[in-house]
Design a protein around this ligand. Structure first.
Ligand code: NAD
Length: 370
């Protein structure tokens, strides 16, 4: 069997603690399921800065480029607040996204029944929620030029950001959304602001044309992004896949995140274009949360976001759908049993630390895959 190459970048703060729990699952899958994962490990963020004076070394960048998938923990912390801007911890993540050309960011918002009461919305609105937000990650207003502050010479300054999207950028992100929808409930809602933005007009046209040309079996709906934000908190279960640009996606995926309770629960995937020869996409999987310096080193971080990111890796990089389903089910079962880390603690539940939560999920996964 061909090896499945994983490059692990645990990073800083709680990153290494959470990654430790994924390592156990990988070891089990290799031993009991002959999964053939080959892992290598590198440094990113503050830990890379301490070792190499850069947010990620060139050698580790090469390993990330060569791997089938990158698993990323978290970066940053007060220790590195004052390092030079271009080697700050986040620069490691930005470099990875750029060099791996990860243009599609996938953020599922799943509300486990056991956690419905932790949402800021009424439980009946979120219980069983399962939506996928697909955000364009490498274009739009965060990268468009000109991007500057100019002095107008009359005591005023002008801040400029430029929203730019080309046809191919919209086509490829729409393609990802339609393909993902086919593996789910076959519905896509595209969000933009065509009423006030030219890039929104083009977005709407290109998504419509891509749908007509290749994906007419998928149900497509268009919504203005502001209305979409409102609908997300009004009736979130109406959505299956949402596709939107970099700026709106940044905001709407954070809104959706809070529907599900805690930051410690949320995984994400960032995908590149399929390779012309192998069809494989470059991919990076990471929890949505940061390095949580306030709880780092205490053994209390919730590893679920990291483990669920690995489940996404099984699904999207290795097409191990059954294994991904089982791992997600293992997480749900552990929550159903009332086992909780501090961030999702509830009355009557049993509070555990990072390692115990990881062990409980592994035990469930073993039972499901035995
Ligand atoms: P954060 O996500 O690290 O933490 C926010 C709050 O949520 C904290 O109270 C933290 O304890 C809690 N939390 C987060 N993840 C948790 C988990 N798995 N289990 C239990 N509790 C959890 O965000 P922040 O405090 O704004 O940022 C801290 C550092 O992380 C900063 O240096 C920031 O730049 C960095 N950061 C990195 C990433 C990344 O690596 N992708 C993302 C966001 C922030």
């Amino acid at each position: 069997m061909t090896a499945r190459n994983l490059f692990l970048l645990p990073g800083d703060g709680i990153g290494p603690e959470a990654m430790g729990e994924v390592r156990k699952i990988i070891a089990y899958m290799n031993e009991a399921m002959n999964a053939g994962f080959v892992t290598d490990e590198g440094l990113v963020g503050g830990s890379a800065y301490d070792a190499h004076g850069a947010a990620i070394s060139e050698a580790d960048m090469q390993k990330a480029l060569a791997a089938d998938a990158v698993l990323f923990g978290a970066v940053g912390g007060p220790k590195w607040d004052d390092v030079p801007y271009d080697v700050r911890p986040e620069a490691g993540l930005l470099r990875l996204r750029k060099d791996l050309q990860l243009f599609a960011n996938l953020r599922p918002a799943i509300c486990y029944p056991a956690l419905a009461s932790a949402s800021s919305l009424k439980p009946e609105l979120v219980e069983g929620l399962d939506i996928l937000i697909i955000r364009e990650l490498t274009g739009g207003v965060y990268f468009g030029e000109p991007k500057e502050i100019i002095d107008l010479g009359n005591g005023q300054k002008r801040g400029i950001d430029t929203q730019i999207y080309d046809t191919y950028e919209i086509e490829r992100i729409a393609g990802v959304a339609f393909e993902m929808a086919r593996t789910r409930n076959n519905r896509v809602c595209s969000m933009e602001k065509r009423n006030v933005m030219k890039s929104g007009v083009l977005w709407n046209q290109v998504v419509t044309e891509t749908h007509k040309a290749k994906y007419s079996d998928v149900q497509l709906e268009h919504m203005l992004a502001d209305a979409g934000g409102m609908q997300l908190v009004r009736q979130p279960k109406q959505f299956d896949v949402i596709v939107t640009d970099n700026l709106f996606g940044d905001m709407l995926s954070d809104v959706a995140a809070m529907l599900t309770g805690s930051l410690g629960m949320l995984p994400s995937a960032s995908l590149g274009a399929p390779d012309g020869k192998t069809g494989k996409r470059k991919a990076l999987y990471e929890p949505v949360h940061g390095s949580a310096p306030d709880i780092a080193g205490k053994g209390i971080a919730n590893p679920i976001a990291m483990i669920a990111s690995f489940a996404m890796c099984l699904r999207y990089s290795f097409n191990m759908v059954k294994e991904a389903d089982d791992l997600e089910k293992a997480i749900a079962n552990v929550l159903d049993k009332g086992i909780r880390t501090g961030d999702i603690m509830a009355d009557g539940a049993r509070q555990v630390g990072t390692v115990e939560m990881g062990d409980a999920i592994l035990a469930e996964f073993k039972a499901l895959t035995a």
